[in-house]
Design a protein around this ligand. Structure first.
Ligand code: SF4
Ligand code: SF4
Length: 295
């Protein structure tokens, strides 16, 4: 598709994104295409699990699809249902640790579905200005950056390591690298006219008191909305023995962060192959369909 053929922003109804507009939750759904298996960092809360139907959390997926398989799967889904308004790429690894597959998938989907909302979620490390420009040309409208600190010491406690090209960073150096890349990514996202969401994972005792600082900084950069997501202590991760933030901590934090930037309060902590309305669990027949498309 040439830039001239690309849909104009007005032809895509951005209000139908259920994550960004609570009112669209009961009428519109999203689909995540799991085309990005690798990651360029290791978060201390992440354990990616493939071929799983019963768990609902980021990093979990039934299978991995190539860009062509993802399009074939999407076409089958769109024949079956008329409520899918958003196609997103959110892992199970990071979209820009798998940049070729990510960009090819967006190109194929945009060509086949000119009016659908395109969305992505990344840790920001591999998101270069050139990719942001290409995303803007494809009318990818919603970009989420997960940012867990603006202080390298705090962020360094959350990332076990981060890999930039061939160099591995750990501890505070990893935190510093991630913060620099994430802030730069937010600047480009806004410069190229996209909607920027910031996800911050609330890790009790590590960054819970610091998260309002993130809100303050990103609000000054034009971030549109923030999603403070409670840690889901997950087996076989460094944070498996921490306690999940309770409602009181979540509420207090969102209230403080809300002084700076709008807060999302209805996140469902979705799988990397989530489909349908936000509350909809992965069904056996979709599990079978996606697996059949991966063969
Ligand atoms: Fe897992 Fe995402 Fe962190 Fe990568 S960026 S380690 S996929 S949570
Ligand atoms: Fe939306 Fe949250 Fe699910 Fe992402 S994880 S698709 S923001 S509800």
């Amino acid at each position: 598709m040439s830039t001239n053929d690309a849909p104009k922003p007005s032809e895509i109804n951005l209000d139908n994104h259920p994550c960004f507009n609570k009112e669209a939750c009961s009428t519109h759904g999203r689909i995540h295409l799991p085309v990005a298996p690798k990651c360029n960092i290791q978060c201390n809360y992440c354990n990616r699990d493939f071929d799983c139907v019963n768990e609902s959390r980021p990093g979990v997926t039934s299978t991995i699809l190539s860009p062509g398989q993802a399009l074939a799967y999407l076409e089958k889904i769109m024949e079956k249902r008329d409520d899918i308004a958003v196609v997103g790429i959110a892992g199970p690894g990071d979209p820009f640790a798998n940049a070729e597959a990510t960009m090819e998938t967006f190109r194929l989907v945009r060509e086949a579905f000119p009016k659908i909302i395109l969305c992505l979620s990344t840790n920001g490390l591999g998101l270069t200005e050139d990719y942001v420009k290409q995303l803007a040309e494809l009318q990818v409208s919603h970009v989420t950056i997960t940012m867990n600190g603006t202080d390298p010491e705090v962020a360094g406690k959350i990332y076990a390591w981060a890999r930039d090209n061939t160099r591995i960073y750990r501890g505070t150096a990893a935190g510093e690298l991630m913060i620099e890349k994430q802030l730069q990514a937010i600047r480009w996202i806004k410069q190229y006219g996209m909607i920027a969401k910031i996800n911050s994972i609330i890790v009790p005792g590590v960054n819970d008191e610091h998260i309002p600082e993130i809100a303050k900084q990103v609000s000054g950069m034009g971030a549109d909305i923030m999603n403070c997501i409670p840690l889901l202590p997950t087996k076989d991760t460094a944070f498996e023995n921490l306690t999940e933030p309770d409602a009181k901590m979540r509420f207090a934090l969102r209230l403080k962060c809300g002084d700076y930037v709008n807060q999302m309060t209805h996140c469902a902590r979705c799988r990397a192959d989530a489909i349908g309305k936000l509350s909809e669990p992965m069904s056996e027949d979709i599990h079978e369909l996606i697996q059949s498309c991966s063969r």
